[in-house]
Design a protein. Structure first.
Length: 382
């Protein structure tokens, strides 16, 4: 006799997937996205950009390397839940300090295993990222009608401001890095560290580490910090982090703050949500994508050199390149769908990318962007 399902995933259109639950019990409503990375499930789940999203992995073996505290991109998993092909197995990795399902149970995150993730991914590709309810009940009792209605009635990510929710409450100094790593890419040990203010809209730790590696002394400020508060730190450069939710929903605080900073002659570097908010501050528009880009193998062309980078991506909104003003140059383009992946302001040390140069997980082709930020601070000093 088949095992009774203990978890179920209901899509707003009424499609239901059953499987075996693991991790926490309960129910969440979220947007469902697929991620194609073959490694790095822990970094993905702890990336604050995944707030209010359930991630289905196209790679079938999730959990097999366990949980390693050094791989956390935030203190806790932020993705609402995960969908996997195979039930997680016992971890087998010398670095592992714990087990994925236990970790999820302790941190309140729901998993469902045994799902036909190919079929689910095809559905997402066809209809766009659906609203879903994911439920785990060891007794296997599910009120499907209520779940489908809840998914259908959920407002979704458009217009949702989540950056404020996941940001730090107070400012702090980030000191961990890998100086040697930066050195290999051109940071100079003789440089006095560059004073960098990093705005935390849901920053991944490996971004902060990468900034330090390339010579920054990083002070992290909360998402709602004003331009005055930023400038009080006398930054030599300002960094705008990644983060969850709709970039346009930060129009009350982040966008006007960035606009004020643009009037100063300051190097500014943005990643992902930071890129989108910088574009809004410059007068461009952002749009919601069909199913977005979530993976670790996305090809991007540098429009200024013709070089192709393989990048790590995680975004569901994008900058509309048609809306970029005259003084803004489109620097990078996705080779999957031609969408905007980078910009810079003509004659100013202000630039940003849609993808994740800090990897974690993913290839390190784009680390040069951290060096570029350090170089612009070095030139300003000179
Ligand atoms: N990784 C990110 O910063 C994501 C940015 C934004 N929340 C998006 O989905 O497009």
């Amino acid at each position: 006799m088949a095992t009774k399902p203990t978890a179920c995933l209901a899509l707003a259109d009424g499609t239901v997937f059953y499987g075996q639950g693991f991790g926490a019990t309960g129910e969440v409503v979220a947007e469902l996205v697929f991620n194609t990375a073959m490694t790095g499930y822990q970094e993905i789940m702890t990336d604050p950009s995944y707030a209010s999203q359930v991630v289905t992995f196209t790679f079938p073996h999730i959990g097999n390397t366990g949980i390693t505290p050094e791989d956390d991109e935030a203190a806790d998993p932020v993705a609402s839940g995960i969908v996997v092909r195979w039930d997680p197995t016992q971890p087998s990795n010398w670095r592992a300090a714990g087990d994925l399902a236990d970790w999820m149970a302790r941190r309140g995150r729901i998993g469902i295993g045994g799902v036909d993730t190919r079929r689910l991914t095809r559905a997402i590709r066809q209809q766009g990222a659906p609203h879903v309810v994911l439920a785990h009940d060891p007794e296997g009792n599910f009120d499907l009608e209520a779940m489908i209605a809840r998914a259908r009635d959920w407002q979704g990510l458009v217009g949702l401001d989540l950056a404020k929710e996941v940001s730090c409450a107070q400012s702090y100094r980030w000191q961990e890095g890998a100086w040697e790593w930066g050195k290999g890419f051109g940071a100079s040990a003789e440089d006095r560290p560059f004073r960098v203010v990093a705005l935390d809209y849901g920053a991944k730790r490996n971004i902060l580490r990468s900034l330090v590696s390339f010579g920054a002394d990083v002070t992290v400020l909360p998402a709602t910090a004003t331009a005055e508060e930023v400038l009080a730190h006398e930054p030599e450069g300002v960094f705008l982090s990644n983060g969850p939710g709709d970039p346009a929903a930060t129009g009350e605080y982040a966008v006007p703050m960035i606009r004020e900073l643009l009037d100063r002659d300051l190097p500014i570097f943005g990643i992902c949500l930071g890129h989108q908010m910088l574009a809004l501050a410059l007068g461009a528009k952002t749009v919601k994508m069909g199913h977005g880009h979530h993976g670790a193998n996305h090809p991007v062309r540098d429009e200024e050199t013709g070089k192709v980078e393989i990048t790590s991506m995680n975004h569901g909104f994008a900058v509309d390149s048609q809306s970029l003003p005259q003084d803004v140059i489109e620097t990078h383009v996705s080779l999957f769908d031609g969408s905007n992946c980078g910009l810079r302001v003509r004659d100013k040390p202000v630039f940003s990318v849609q993808y994740h140069p800090e990897a974690a997980p993913g290839p390190q082709d784009s680390l040069y962007l951290f060096r570029r930020f350090a170089d612009s601070m070095r030139s300003r000093r000179a």
